[in-house]
Design a protein. Structure first.
Length: 100
């Protein structure tokens, strides 16, 4: 199994590719393991982790949360799950798949 520090760059690259499908932008924050996801509707989600791959995703309330916001949130969570699953060497590896 790969070590976590090797998985993060792979995850980030694949996740950026998946977000482009929804015209979303991923911006790395100054603090380690913190990212900002901006949707075309200008919704902002914060993604971070303490222990990869236990990824947290939070909607940052900057305006009115619409039905479209929920659609983007589901798509982003799906992309996170897909990317974490894809970079694992082995489905029974020690890295649990958790998106909070």
């Amino acid at each position: 199994m790969k070590i976590t520090s090797d998985l993060i760059p792979e995850f980030e690259k694949l996740f950026r590719e998946k977000l482009q499908l929804n015209n979303c932008k991923l911006r790395k924050k100054r603090q380690e393991n913190n990212y900002e996801i901006i949707t075309p509707a200008k919704d902002i989600f914060l993604m971070y982790w303490s222990e990869f791959p236990e990824v947290n995703l939070i909607y940052q309330a900057v305006g009115v949360r619409t039905q479209q916001t929920g659609v983007y949130e589901r798509a982003i969570r799906s992309h996170i799950n897909f990317c974490v699953s894809s970079i694992k060497d082995n489905p029974s590896s020690e890295l649990p798949l958790l998106v909070k």
